[in-house]
Design a protein around this ligand. Structure first.
Ligand code: SF4
Length: 503
């Protein structure tokens, strides 16, 4: 059967194999044919016509991308430019999907005008959008590009609804006499406000006249005939000014947003000194969960995190509590448990350093159905819901971390079900030792040692055995040479033997 993409074709104007400015790293750039805009300064007027270019399939695009892959290196990838690539929606959708399946980094250079019906099939596969913002009012758009501004405004407002979770580089071509003034830069920043939280870079590109000759060849009038190229240094100054304005606007909006959020009344208060708080937060920013949050933002919001020391057996949250926080374990261990109908405590999970709990509850706005209690003296960093929702919940990388930890927990829960379902106390004991090894084990002289920081009652709650049975079984395992317990340290002597109980 023919692949679906063999029916889909696009019109390719040209290829650049070593693009250095159109996205991160070195790019293979596919210039697609056709553009609905008629920018006065366009230096590729030959790409505007909807008819023309070479007919290609998405598979050919993949083949070409593979051919130039050695040049792209680790940071580079493929960029679709034009013309306006979004004008070939069906072809672009199939191409970006294919490229992503083959692990290419994908950029789209666009003005935001195209076939909307394909956007939801395009943007989930795009890493970076190079968004060209040409002018800053309806009138100015008509004057500079001969089209209305509204499609661009709609594009920006709906971009995340189309499934885009990447970054945006904003680009503006500055033409002398048009936008080379501070007022225009202020308007630029206002225009991009709906997407400012995704903006990674803002560039002011100085207008040049290198495309002029092409107009003669095409027998088209060049309407900026009397306009000089933009001074590069001046453009750089405007670029710096615009970036400062953007940073200010983002910071103002962030503060307003936080103030607008209904602040949950909380009884959670820190019990560490400011010095300790700062020290903990400094280390804390290296956590995998936080590595993807912009360091400046982290710096701005970290004073709102609550650092809390818990003594062993102190409750962090209880079953039935509202999801007001996400908790990150900085040190110690937190046990997650419920009291069963027979009044026995059943421990589900033990969270150690760098684990977190509560992210799912915040995302789904669901109450806790279990209790979190310090199994050892612990320090926990608490992120209030309002901060989580503004800065964390929309970060793909953070969601990925939450999801991957969830998978580990599902595996843990399945294992727990298996262990508890059996009546065999050897299986329960072996399972307990192996899970503790996973969480608390330290490798020493080729053996795994588990510091027995918690009492037998706790261990029996985790294993599903009575204290007596557990003590008896541990004694038996010692006699069999599987483990050795001395000075509150359990050493695993025969890992395979323990594991064979679970298989
Ligand atoms: S959007 Fe780009 S390709 Fe289209 S007319 Fe403007 S500059 Fe030229």
């Amino acid at each position: 059967m023919k692949r679906q993409d063999q029916q889909i074709t696009g019109q390719l104007h040209s290829i650049e194999t070593m693009g250095l400015v159109d996205g991160p790293g070195i790019r293979t750039i596919f210039f697609l044919q056709g553009c609905p805009l008629r920018c006065l300064y366009c230096h590729n007027p030959d790409t505007q016509d909807l008819n023309g270019g070479r007919i290609v399939t998405p598979s050919e695009i993949l083949q070409l991308a593979n051919r130039y892959k050695p040049y792209q290196g680790e940071d580079g990838g493929v960029t679709f430019s034009g013309g306006e690539p979004l004008l070939q929606g069906k072809f672009l959708a199939e191409s970006v999907k294919l490229l992503k399946e083959n692990e290419f980094n994908v950029c789209i250079d666009t003005s935001g005008y195209g076939q909307k019906e394909y956007y939801s099939n395009i943007f989930p596969y795009v890493d970076t959008i190079l968004l060209d913002v040409k002018a800053f009012s309806e009138r100015a758009y008509l004057d500079m590009c001969l089209v209305k501004q509204k499609p661009l405004i709609d594009f920006m407002n709906q971009l995340e609804d189309y499934g885009f979770h990447g970054q945006i580089w904003i680009r503006h071509v500055m033409v002398p006499g048009y936008t080379d003034n501070k007022k225009s830069m202020q308007k630029l920043i206002q225009t991009i406000e709906p997407i400012q939280h995704l903006v990674e870079r803002l560039e002011i590109l100085p207008y040049h006249t290198m495309g002029k000759e092409k107009y003669k060849e095409l027998n088209k009038p060049y309407l900026l005939e009397n306009v000089n190229p933009m001074d590069k240094e001046k453009a750089k100054e405007f670029e710096i000014y615009a970036n400062v304005l953007l940073a200010e606007q983002m910071s103002k909006d962030r503060i307003e947003l936080i103030e607008k959020q209904e602040v949950e009344t909380s009884t959670l208060e820190t019990n560490v000194s400011l010095e300790e708080h700062n020290k903990i937060i400094r280390n804390f920013s290296n956590l995998p969960l936080l590595r993807h949050i912009n360091p400046e933002i982290l710096n701005d919001i970290q004073h709102q995190f609550i650092v809390k020391k818990l003594e062993k057996e102190e409750i962090l949250f209880q079953s039935g509590d509202d999801p007001n926080y996400m908790y990150i374990i900085y040190s110690g261990a937190i046990k997650i448990f419920n009291v069963l109908p027979n009044m026995k405590e059943q421990i589900f999970y033990i969270y150690r350093k760098d684990s977190f709990v509560g992210g799912h509850n915040l995302l789904s706005d669901s109450k806790y159905w279990y209790t979190g209690e310090a199994l050892l003296d612990s320090v926990v960093i608490t992120i209030p819901a309002k901060i989580f929702n503004i800065y964390f919940a929309n970060k793909k990388a953070v969601l990925k971390e939450i999801l991957s930890q969830s998978f580990a927990r599902i595996r843990w829960a399945e294992d727990l079900i298996n262990r508890l379902a059996t009546l065999n106390s050897s299986v329960k004991t072996a399972g307990l030792i192996l899970r503790l090894a996973e969480n608390f084990g330290i490798k020493k002289n080729g053996q795994i040692q588990i510091p027995m920081k918690f009492d037998r009652a706790e261990m029996s709650n985790f294993s599903g055995l009575t204290r007596d049975s557990l003590t008896r079984k541990l004694g038996e395992f010692e006699e069999l040479g599987y483990i050795h317990i001395e000075n509150e340290i359990l050493t695993i002597l025969n890992f395979d033997a323990l594991e064979s109980y679970l298989n």
